[in-house]
Ligand binder design. Structure first.
Ligand code: IPE
Ligand code: MG
Length: 230
């Protein structure tokens, strides 16, 4: 969800105003993708590298996260959304950690949408923690892609079909590196706070035009692709 800072700067506002507007865009996006029948959504809210931002911005982001959880979790729960957080947990305050655990617990049986939020997440960290788990579980076995995948974050959900990056950047920035191996990538110029239903429609239309072969030839690949996740 990129472009909050630039959105604010263009309006002569502090970067925090962009993050606040970004939260509204997220609320809209959840609703819109749910209306499209998409059952899995993972957003990159805070990367492991984001800790290196100026201290005041990091504090504001944590504050906004706390308020966002307090405000939106009851509403998401009411809408049958299951919320989960992926990434490290050991750098957050006790208060924030409890909010994360409580949100996951409250929504654990919900089925309308799996909404995953990557917080203090890095794709390289994800792969390393899976390898560590494998070393303990199968110390004498070779590491295979199938075994490793079972220990990655989101292992109980389908691999993403579509990645949308906003804000005009064209890179993965250490997001779900393994899981995105065969995802279609769409780069949108829209700054995240402006991202809306029209941007989602445009991305889904573009996705529908893509021919997905998964390393095979045309004739073997499925004629139509079901959107399992975004
Ligand atoms: C994304 O917007 C929000 C977070 C990483 C928390 P940015 O803050 O990266 O916005 P730009 O890239 O400066 O516009
Ligand atoms: Mg950015």
């Amino acid at each position: 969800m990129d472009g909050n800072g630039r959105w604010a700067a263009r309006r002569g506002l502090p970067r925090t105003a962009g993050h606040q507007a970004g939260q509204k865009a997220l609320r809209r996006t959840i609703e819109s993708i749910h209306q499209h029948g998409i059952r899995h959504l993972t957003v990159f809210a805070f990367s492991s590298e984001n800790w290196q931002r100026p201290q005041v911005e990091v504090s504001k982001l944590m504050e906004l996260l706390k308020k966002g959880l307090q405000k939106h979790i009851p509403e998401l729960h009411k809408n049958n959304v299951r919320v989960r957080f992926i990434g490290r947990r050991d750098h957050f305050s006790q208060e924030l950690s409890s909010l994360l655990v409580n949100a996951e617990h409250l929504t654990r049986n919900n089925q309308a949408l799996n909404f995953n939020v990557a917080l203090d997440y890095g794709g390289q960290w994800d792969i390393c923690q899976a390898v560590e788990a494998l070393k303990i579980q199968f110390p004498d076995q070779p590491i295979t892609p199938e075994r490793l995948q079972q220990h990655l974050c989101l292992q109980d959900q389908p691999l993403p079909d579509l990645l949308i990056r906003t804000g005009g950047e064209q890179r993965l920035s250490n997001f779900l590196l393994w899981q995105l191996a065969y995802a279609e990538l769409i780069f949108s110029q829209t700054l995240w706070p402006d991202f809306d239903a029209a941007d989602i429609n445009k991305a889904l239309q573009e996705f529908a035009q893509r021919e997905r072969r998964f390393g095979m030839v045309n004739e073997q690949a499925p004629a139509t692709v079901q959107i399992a996740s975004a």
